[in-house]
Design a protein around this ligand. Structure first.
Ligand code: NAD
Ligand code: UD1
Length: 343
């Protein structure tokens, strides 16, 4: 076992969609894992499934990243070498209605976390940022040096946390910080034992399609077919969640060399339209997905896809799974657990 495989990693938000897949990857690679999650948008059943998949134990602390005492206890009781920081609220629509809730959770949560890390002299942090920080991008594919500018409170929390972490690194260049800008994470673990489990009506395309396929929703609303794209529907860079979390493993390795602050896109570099995504899902599940074209969703951009070159060159990472595989894995999870972790 190499030195890095013996490390203990704190995964904030580890019960959530991406965090739970991250835990599988970390445990499988031999890391010890401590999860901190307040279960505001998840269930502890996900980490039970993680332990079933990996046949390895992890430590779960139910608590809030804004709770300084809770953080202090974790850093006192465990020799944490790095933090993968997924905990956050992510619903764009809700963030416009409840902006203070979002700023409190995402901003204050991150501030408390880096304070606790500073006290514990743990200065390696990977942050879940988003392609949303590119706002209304003016050229495709999107490179990391593109202009930033968020269009909603959720996006602004991501951009502001990025700025806080840049300032932190400038003030103390012994930090090792990775800002990972995700494009559109979809899919599920190949076992179908963990996957995306939205609490309410899904905001995002793939979980909505999956719930139509499994009979929980009547039909999909396609938000606009008059975009300047080949079929008129919005184009996105869907990335398999397992590829995404493997990008985090590479980011952790990249931070081992020397202190730095690095920014990387995690996307495939391929854009697919809403209708192409529907067709891929139909191929995966063998069920026709009824849909109707409705008006555009406010705040949506026509096209968004990554230039993943920097992650390939610097992290040695590139996505492996195509859209069909993303849909097959999402369908395995959805069909095995039609009501998610409540099934
Ligand atoms: P998720 O909601 O499934 O997971 C987030 C987890 O954080 C949940 O388990 C929730 O209970 C927990 N959490 C929230 N606030 C907390 C707090 N104050 N203290 C402790 N735990 C808290 O979301 P996800 O899709 O897994 O996203 C993970 C991260 O990636 C988020 O920061 C999100 O903004 C970011 N991100 C997600 C996407 C996406 O499409 N899923 C895209 C870009 C960025
Ligand atoms: C959305 C958020 C983004 C966030 C990301 C991940 C908005 C404006 N953007 O991105 O900030 O980082 O989720 O959580 O909410 N679509 C439909 N019908 C649906 C749902 C979506 O047609 O029921 C279309 C959308 O118009 C878009 C595509 O499908 O063209 C993908 O949508 P979605 O999965 O919500 O992702 P983004 O809009 O890219």
């Amino acid at each position: 076992m190499s030195i890095q495989q013996k490390q203990t990693i704190l995964v904030t938000g580890g019960c959530g969609y991406i965090g739970s897949h991250m835990c599988v990857e970390l445990l499988s690679a031999g890391y010890d894992v401590v999860v901190l999650d307040n279960l505001s948008n998840s269930s502890a059943a996900s980490i039970e499934a993680v332990q079933r998949i990996t046949q390895k134990p992890l430590t779960f602390v139910q608590g809030d990243i804004r709770d300084a005492n809770c953080l202090q206890a974790i850093f006192t009781n465990h020799d944490i070498q790095a933090v993968l920081h997924f905990a956050g609220l992510k619903a764009v629509g809700e963030s416009t209605e409840l902006p203070v809730k979002y700023y409190d959770n995402n901003m204050n949560g991150t501030l408390r976390l880096v304070e606790a890390m500073t006290t514990a002299s743990c200065k390696t942090l990977v942050f879940s940022s988003s392609a949303t920080v590119y706002g209304l991008p003016d050229k495709m594919p999107i490179t990391e040096d593109a202009d930033t500018g968020a269009t909603n409170p959720y996006g602004r929390t991501k951009l502001m946390v990025e700025e806080v972490l840049k300032d932190l690194y400038t003030a103390d260049p012994t930090w090792r910080i990775s800002l990972l800008r995700y494009f559109n994470p979809v899919g599920a673990h190949a076992t179908g034992e963990i996957g995306e489990d939205p609490n309410d009506i899904p905001n995002n395309l793939m979980p909505f399609i999956a719930q139509v396929a499994v009979g929980r929703r009547d039909k999909l609303s396609v938000y606009g077919d008059d975009y300047p794209t080949p079929d008129g529907t919005g184009v996105r860079d869907y990335i398999h969640v397992v590829d995404l979390v493997r990008g985090h493993m590479k980011a952790l390795e990249f931070l081992q060399d020397e202190p730095k602050l690095a920014i990387h896109n995690l996307g495939t570099g391929n854009g697919y339209s809403v209708l192409e995504a529907v067709q891929a899902f139909e191929r995966a599940c063998g069920i026709t997905i009824p849909y109707q074209i409705t008006g555009r969703r406010p705040g949506d951009v026509a096209v968004s896809y990554a230039d993943p070159t920097k992650a390939k060159e610097e992290l040695g990472w590139e996505a492996q799974y195509n859209l069909d595989r993303m849909c097959e894995d999402a369908w395995r999870w959805q069909s095995q657990y039609p009501n998610g972790f409540n099934t």
